[in-house]
Write a protein that binds this ligand. Structure first.
Ligand SMILES: [Zn+2]
Length: 326
């Protein structure tokens, strides 16, 4: 293998797949985006992915040295399998790493999408130059990745960083993981929308600005709640404030354990920016008294939707620094 080759990054999410090629120095030379089309299954969509990667290699006259894949989990990292992923129906048990490895004959590095995004933010985004950081993505669910001493923390079965399953409300709503009151059940985009819908049903929709923004309460999203809260809607503000309250419990717990230099928040809900982070910071500070919390930055991810692709490329670039399968 030569270090003048290129690596491919494949970032696989529930709705889209981002692809890119980069140099050993991390410069992206080509990129593409495809819909995930879960209805046609992983084998078929990967054929499109391979075709696009081959086109990109052709255009750039590059030779592939390795590939990195960030994929919605859960994954069996030891065997390189996708395991019953809620956002990728039909992908259960799919041997993703070996299929890509066989097709290109290069080392393949697989990790879950949140770990990949954490790597992306660490290398190219809001975590650049930091030794210790925690990345959280708040979208349909809540995921995370932990970097300590400049390296991703993997834990048993690569399962470290599941910040969405921190318990923030004893006996709270049941989570998809089977536990009660996980952060994800209260603060994910799905949870924000669900709590708003529940209140609308209890309060009567006529009392809410939200009802003027959507035809039916079933159409309420976290974004609707954020917009309505910003415009002063009482119901939406209550839901939004409650979200920040529970999020502050989760973030304070992470800070107390790891004392990272930064908590970096990405995912769709983070697009509300300071509307979320502004009130979050003082509430976290209230809860963290044992360490100098003012030194810990709570910031929005810098790469937006590209965190995952940058992370997949960072995984792929391990071909030049690490043994395959790491
Ligand atoms: Zn859970």
């Amino acid at each position: 293998m030569t270090d003048n080759g290129l690596v491919a990054g494949i970032d696989i999410g529930g709705t889209k797949i981002a692809l890119g090629l980069c140099t050993a120095g991390g410069e992206i030379v080509s990129r593409r985006r495809l819909p995930t089309r879960t209805e046609i299954g992983p084998g078929h969509i990967l054929e499109h992915v391979f075709h696009e990667i081959e086109n990109m290699l052709c255009e750039t006259r590059g030779e592939l040295a390795g590939a990195g894949i960030g994929c919605a989990g859960p994954l069996d990292l030891e065997r390189g399998l996708v395991m019953s992923p809620p956002n990728l129906p039909g992908w259960d048990g799919f041997p993703l790493a070996s299929v890509v490895q066989k097709r290109f004959g290069v080392p393949v590095f697989l990790d879950n999408d949140a770990n990949a995004a954490a790597l992306g933010e660490h290398e190219r985004g809001a975590g650049r130059g930091l030794q210790d950081m925690v990345y959280m993505t708040i979208s349909t669910g809540i995921g995370g990745g932990i970097i300590v001493g400049g390296k991703l923390v993997r834990g048993v079965a690569g399962a470290a960083g599941e910040v969405g399953h921190l318990s923030v409300l004893p006996n709270g709503p049941e989570c998809g993981c089977g536990a009660l009151g996980c952060l994800e059940t209260l603060c994910s985009g799905t949870a924000i929308a669900r709590r708003a819908r529940k209140r609308i049903a209890a309060d009567g929709a006529s009392s809410s600005l939200i009802s003027s923004m959507v035809k039916d309460p079933s159409e309420v999203t976290a974004e609707t709640v954020a917009h309505a809260a910003q415009r002063g809607d009482r119901l939406a503000r209550e839901v939004w404030d409650e979200t920040i309250y529970y999020l502050s419990i989760g973030v304070a717990s992470i800070i107390s354990v790891l004392a990272p230099e930064a908590i970096i928040i990405g995912g769709g809900v983070s697009s509300s920016g300071e509307q979320l982070l502004g009130p979050l910071r003082p509430q976290v500070a209230e809860r963290v008294r044992m360490l100098p919390v003012e030194k810990i930055r709570i910031v929005r991810a810098a790469l937006g939707e590209d965190s995952g692709l940058h992370g997949a490329l960072a995984l792929g670039r391990r071909v030049w620094s690490q043994e395959p399968g790491a």
